[in-house]
Design a protein around this ligand. Sequence first.
Ligand SMILES: [Zn+2]
Ligand SMILES: [Zn+2]
Length: 344
Amino acid sequence: MKAAYYGGSRQIHIRECVPVAPAAGQVRVRVSHCGICGTDLHVYLGDLDHRIRLPEVIGHEGSGTIAELGPGVEGFSVGDPVVVMPIISCGQCPACKAGNYHVCHQLKVIGIEAPGAMQSSWTVPANLLFPLPRTMDLQQAALIEPVAVACHDIRMGELQKGEYALVLGGGPIGALIAIVAKHKGARVLVTEINPFRIAMLRRLGLEVVDPRQPGPNGTTWVDRVMEETGGAGADVVFEVTGVAAGAEMMTKAAKVRGRIVIVGVFAKPAPVDIYKIFARELRLFGARVYQREDFAEAIEIVASGAIPGHELITNVMPLDQLRHGLDQMATGGDVMKILIDCQS
Ligand SMILES: [Zn+2]
Ligand SMILES: [Zn+2]
């Protein structure tokens, strides 16, 4: 079998290795596909070196079939198609005890603090498996993890049918939030600056605005939100950029008592218009990864055909091209979701 190891800033090594036999309570998964995520890019660029023990197999958006069951694993059979919820919580800390295991004080993310999915054979705890419908395409199934992120963000923002959602940032996660929000009956406007992504999102039938470009008669993106909401503002704003420009924008077009959901990962503190939060009684939510119900919902949504994988998946590359894929993402190439074919 082959595995892709991260070996320090901008180093990926593809190595032949021996499959890890599943211990009690574990299964070995034959990985079909694994998506490259923004988190993988952060790992590749060395931003998460304080969390990762080198060398480590990266990747957490894997789909596959069960190849081997460890002792004591019930309810699954060899050959079952599955995805893995890639977070390991301690079960003992105050957050876990309160049911918030996805923000466990000792949270381990598989693909950072534990071996990830960028390998042809992946041994994982069986309690993280989710079975898939037999008919599901395993390329599409590699989108379930980021769709689960979108489901969690929408749930945290309490977005309702008929409400107006403003999504700041139309990369893979922003696009999925917009698609799922629209699927649930919300009205959606996405802001994005990358022309390749703008064109793709419009092809998918989404309303998109480049916040740097004035609209008709010099109107701004804020004017547009106000006009489309009868002067009220957006019910929910999703901040998915993780940069200062997004933090500045997020309070500008939210309605009175609107909700702002922080999805983007801010590497450093960014200025926020706190006065606006006071004056409009805005509510600010953080939303991190997902819980089991979000994963279950994501599987249903992908199975329903609501996620246009044929557009969103712009590249499928063999495992030994992983570094090339990461470089394309790092340089802002014309890509949306890149999948790695872990068997080729
Ligand atoms: Zn991810
Ligand atoms: Zn815990």
